[in-house]
Design a protein around this ligand. Structure first.
Ligand code: PLP
Length: 393
């Protein structure tokens, strides 16, 4: 007898989460189609063009016929350049054969969880944090264990709380610094103390360092630099934010030796490889002039002053200065609306697209996230609209 049931979706597929920024962007576009103006403070993407010498490297590679498949973990030149970059900036020895290149940093989040966790295993991750962490954990059937970041700690985690969350089933700990959405930065002392509690346990570490070059105060530190940690840490970086290359889809990671082949197989089983001409652009970005990065950072720094002082001047709003990345995470808990309702009404009634802190986890309640990767004029307009809206509450 032929079965008659309708086709259905796998439970794991239904557990996939998403990014609130894309949903808000879609709604903002609908509003724009009705003729209304929207200030976009939702999407985390630099509003700068990719540097000409980087784009030119891709054009040259295409003209030279580099348009076929290439080795799954990356072309040798990019693995060399990325290994040198990680070694230089993190002060650790990295061999090119331990670098894997993928289509952005994002695939590595899935790869890391799927490669290390079985259903029932536990993953510690920051809350508030980039929503794809929790999505990947749930998709794998693993148990998400949030590690809360608190404003009064400048959005660093407590190492005692980290230690309290580790069990024999913790297979992966995800760290992110500079951090999305808070702009918090983990200092060397915190990372050294975290390394002490992680060094002898069963957990791998995924250190998401995609904002590592976008720092306004202090120095960048990676947990991979702590003794004994490189062997268990996936050091994740990307071209997206540093080089204004979000659409090129290229990221890379220094990967502990046992994971290199697994990650390579994920690539073989999914996208095969990052287009070779995109990788050539990546090489040019890493080894070419860095003045575009410095100019972008200087502009972000000026916008950061504008946004933080503008937000702090709004009645009922306080805002810490983010130390890295390009997000402000103001505290709006004194206002008479919850963060979700506030974000919705700011979009619908005031034409300001931004995210509720809860788009990054339960611990984001009482906050909004604004991306300041947009012009100073538009930022000023967004702040003026917020002020006018808050006056109506
Ligand atoms: N990690 C964090 C913390 C991010 O904020 C983002 C993008 O917003 C990513 C990873 C993904 O970056 P990519 O464009 O390299 O996939």
């Amino acid at each position: 007898m032929r079965p008659t049931a309708a086709p259905s979706l796998a439970p794991a597929a239904l557990r996939l989460g998403t990014e609130g920024a894309f949903a808000v962007l879609a709604r903002a576009r609908e509003i724009e189609r009705t003729g209304r103006d929207v200030v976009h403070l939702e999407i985390g993407e630099p509003d700068f063009p990719t540097a000409p010498h980087v784009a030119e490297a891709a054009f040259a590679a295409i003209r030279a016929g580099e348009t076929g498949y290439c080795p799954a973990p990356g072309i040798a030149e990019l693995r060399d350049a990325a290994a040198a970059e990680i070694a230089r900036t993190r002060g650790v020895p990295v061999a090119a054969e331990h670098v894997v290149v993928a289509n952005g940093a994002k695939p590595f989040l899935l790869f890391a969880v799927l490669a290390t966790c079985e259903p029932g295993d536990e993953v510690v991750y920051p809350d508030p944090g980039f929503p794809i962490y929790e999505s990947a954990i749930r998709f794998a059937g693993a148990t998400p264990v949030p590690l809360v970041l608190r404003e009064h700690d400048d959005f660093a985690f407590s190492v005692d709380e980290l230690a309290a969350r580790l069990t024999g089933r913790t297979k992966l700990v995800i760290l992110n610094s500079p951090q999305n959405p808070t702009g918090g930065v983990l200092d060397r002392a915190t990372l050294a103390a975290a390394a002490d509690v992680l060094r002898d346990g069963p957990a791998w570490v995924l250190s998401d360092e995609v904002y590592g070059r976008l720092l306004y105060e202090g120095e960048f530190a990676s947990i991979a630099s702590e003794p004994g940690m490189l062997e268990r840490t996936i050091v994740l970086d990307s071209f997206s934010k540093t080089y204004a290359m979000t659409g090129w889809r290229c990221g890379y990671a220094a990967v502990p030796p046992p994971l290199v082949e697994v990650f390579t197989r994920f690539l073989v089983n999914s996208t095969s490889c990052v287009p070779p001409f995109v990788q050539r652009a990546g090489v040019a970005a890493l080894i070419g002039p860095q003045d575009g990065v410095a100019a972008m950072l200087a502009e972000f720094r000026a916008r950061r002053e504008l946004v933080v002082s503008g937000l702090a001047a709004l009645p009922g709003v306080t805002c810490r200065a983010p130390r890295g990345a390009f997000y402000a995470f103001p505290n709006v808990s004194a206002l008479p609306l919850g963060a979700d309702a506030l974000a919705d009404r700011l979009l619908e009634e005031a034409g300001v697209a931004l995210l509720s802190g809860t788009a990054f986890g339960a611990a984001g309640e009482g906050h909004l996230r604004l991306s300041y990767a947009t012009s100073r004029e538009r930022l000023a307009e967004g702040l003026a609209r917020m002020r006018a809206f808050l006056a109506t509450l």
